[in-house]
Structures are given as C-alpha cells and as structure tokens.
Design a protein around this ligand. Structure first.
Ligand SMILES: *Cc1c(COP(=O)(O)O)cnc(C)c1O
Length: 391
C-alpha cells in the first residue's frame, strides 16, 4: 500500500522526539503478575484497580450472557440492540448512583465525544481544565463552541473567565473528577458553586474514580460529598469495573434527551451483552466487597510512601494513580525499559497524553498486588532511579 512521504516524515519527526509508540502484546491477561515476552512481570499500569476483570463471577456472567444472547447485540440500541443485560445494568447503575436514570455507552471516549456536543454548540462557551482527558477535549472541539482552557484545578481562574464572558452566554464547565494522568481530584464543590452562581452547566468525567473513590466506591463525587449537587455525570466500565463501556447518569428528562440526540449512541452497535452482564456483576462486587477497596488503599499507601521515601518526585496524587514525573520523553522511555528489564511493567507516558516536559512513569496499583510484589517493585525503582540519576 502507498504510504505518502509527508506521513512518513511526520512519523520520523515523532520518532526523533522519542514520541512514537508501539503495541506491546502481553502473553496473558490481567492480574498483578502477567507474562510478557515469555517471562513473568509485575504489572503496574492496569486500571483494573479491584481485580475484577479476571474475577470468576464476572467472567462467568460474560460467558452466560454470550451463550444466552449471542456474542454481539446485532444492532444499535434504538433499533433492536437493547437486550436484558443492558436494561438491567442501566437500572443498577442508576440505583448505585442514586439518580433517576442511567445510559450505557460503548466506551467512555464515545460517551464524552457524543454527549458534550449535545449540551452546547456554536455560540456557547466551554471552560475546560488544562489536564482534561483527550475524549473530553475532542467532545469540546466537536461541539463547535468557543473553548477556553483553565489552569489545572484552579477555580479562581474559572471564575475570572466566567466574569469576563458575555452575560447570558450558554456555558459548560468540563473536568475530570479524578485526573487520569496525575491522580489528583478536581475542586468539585467550588466548581458546583461557580456553576450555580454563574448559571453554567458542569460536566464531570469520573472514569478513574468510579469503584475506587469514596467510602462505598461511588466515586470522586462521593469522596468530595457533592453527589446531591452533581447528579449528572459520567464514568467508564472499563477500569475498576473490569469490563468495557461507560455510563452517563442523570434525570429521566436528561437521559431521554441524550437517547434522542447523542450521535455516538444512536449510530453505533449496542455494547455486547457479555460486557454489560460482566459490568453488572462487577457492580455488585464493588458494593458487596468493600475489603477490595481497603486492600487497594493499603497497597496505594505502601507504594506511594515507598516511592516518596526513595526520593522520587510524585504529583499531588490522592489516588491509586502514582505518576513519577521525569521531564523529557527519552528519560521516561529509558526509565520504563530499565524497569522492564527488572521485571516491572510500567510504561512511559509522553506528549500528547501529558503536556510537554512532564513525561512520566504512570504507576497504578491494584487491590490484588501483594506486599512482596510491591517491595520487589520498589527495589527495581530504586536501582533504576539511581542509574538514571533521578534520585
Ligand atoms: C479512560 C478514560 C476515558 C475513556 O474511557 P473508555 O471507556 O476507556 O473509552 C474517558 N475519560 C477519562 C478521564 C479516562 O481516564
């Protein structure tokens, strides 16, 4: 196949800056220790925070749903793709979140890409946190609204932008609940109060918070005690839920509006019955086995304090996401490669996923890691950190 020179050049330039990536095939699936290139490695990059992707009941639910309903839904939700596992999961999610209704999407990316442009359009104004997830940014761009970035977690900056806008202009404030690459949380209480005061709509993406944050795992909104104030928000089922897909929750009226307007909901095949059934069982486990979150937070604290003690520079993380900022992309890649040589799988995260100059190793920990595994990981971090003169 022809590959135009200008595209070849573009890729070459990315390679020179250390920004090209390749796909790594893992020999075996999810878990605290996986197999990579024929040998066991400790996995410190998964978002399967509670170990539910491989949980026997979750897997069994997927198998049963496949046997009962087939491997694919066969049509979009509004044609003939809505099956009992979809409806049951939506009801369970609404009940979990204490909202009137919930709507299932094929992925969090599609939920954001589709929902934001139905909330605001050309003529409107969007204020988005500088570190918003790419799917939020893409949804904002697609809306055609004017789009301003505010400094990370800076509600004073949000207020100054709100004060300067043309009075009465439709406005949407967009933020992650728990930031995916930094592991810190948005100032949701302040954003709610600004949204109310300035008559703006707030859109919160709690992809990483759902199942993890809050006393009962309902997410960052629960952790920050703003659930009553923010009934409308989204999260994914591909992270702590160990499945795939995403949800938006809100009032009946709002969900009905989305059913009728969101193009990536209308014009895509419904999620497979297996993923919906798996996510439903995962939700039950999230509610019934709080000890998984207890183990997760104990592991998180162990690794966080261990890395700090070694002298690594971590961001102000308050979650199982532990980013070690090293600066340039090449150093991050060397860091990751040397960790891998020592049996630790923790990939480098580089621009455009994070801002230039903030390349990092993004470490995530799960409830399933043992203390021995975390200790082994810390020893590898110490050796590599010293070799690269980072500590
Ligand atoms: C992972 C993620 C998404 C995308 O969710 P998928 O279900 O994986 O498509 C959206 N927003 C944030 C903040 C994320 O971290």
């Amino acid at each position: 196949m022809m590959f135009p020179d200008r595209l070849r050049l573009k890729l070459q330039r990315m390679a020179e800056e250390g920004l090209t990536r390749r796909l790594n095939v893992l020999d075996a699936g999810t878990g605290p220790v996986i197999s990579y290139q024929g040998r066991p490695v400790i996995l410190l990059s998964s978002n399967d925070y509670l170990g539910l992707a491989a949980h026997p009941s979750v897997v069994r639910a997927a198998v049963h749903a496949t046997e009962q309903y087939g491997s694919g839904a066969g049509a979009s939700r509004l044609i003939s793709g809505t099956l009992p596992p979809h409806a049951a999961l939506e009801a369970a999610l609404a009940s979990f979140k204490g909202t009137e209704a919930a709507l299932l999407f094929s992925s969090g990316y599609l939920a954001n890409l589709g929902t934001i442009p139905t909330l605001i359009d050309r003529g409107g104004l969007i204020l988005a946190d500088r570190l918003c997830h790419a799917s939020l940014i893409d949804g904002c761009r697609l809306s055609g609204a004017d789009f301003r970035i505010y400094r990370h977690r800076d509600s004073n900056h949000v207020e100054s932008l709100l004060k300067r806008r043309t009075p009465g202009r439709p406005t949407l404030i967009v933020t992650d609940g728990l930031f995916s690459m930094d592991g810190d949380v948005a100032p949701l209480a302040e954003l709610v109060s600004l949204a109310n005061r300035y008559d703006a709509l707030l859109y919160v993406d709690d992809a990483h918070g759902t199942g993890v944050m809050g006393a009962t795992g309902r997410g960052t909104l629960e952790a920050l005690a703003v659930e009553q104030e923010i009934p409308f928000h989204m999260g994914t089922l591909g992270k702590a839920f160990g499945s795939a897909g995403a949800y938006v929750v809100g009032s009946h009226a709002l969900i009905n509006y989305l059913v009728n307007t969101v193009r990536p909901f209308l014009f895509t095949t419904a999620p497979p019955p297996a993923t919906a059934a798996a996510a439903h069982v995962a939700l039950t486990i999230i509610q019934e086995e709080p000890q998984r979150r207890v183990r997760l937070w104990a592991n998180r604290d162990y690794l966080f304090h261990g890395l700090r003690r070694l002298g690594f520079h971590l961001t102000e993380t308050v979650s199982p996401i532990l980013p070690i900022i090293v600066g340039d992309a090449q150093t991050a890649v060397a860091f990751s490669n040397q960790l891998l040589a020592r049996g630790i799988y923790a990939p480098a995260v580089r621009p455009p996923t994070v801002p230039p100059g903030t390349s990092r190793i993004r470490v995530t920990v799960t409830s399933e890691h043992t203390t021995e595994q975390l200790e082994e990981a810390l020893q590898a971090f110490e050796a590599v950190g010293q070799a690269l003169r980072l500590i």
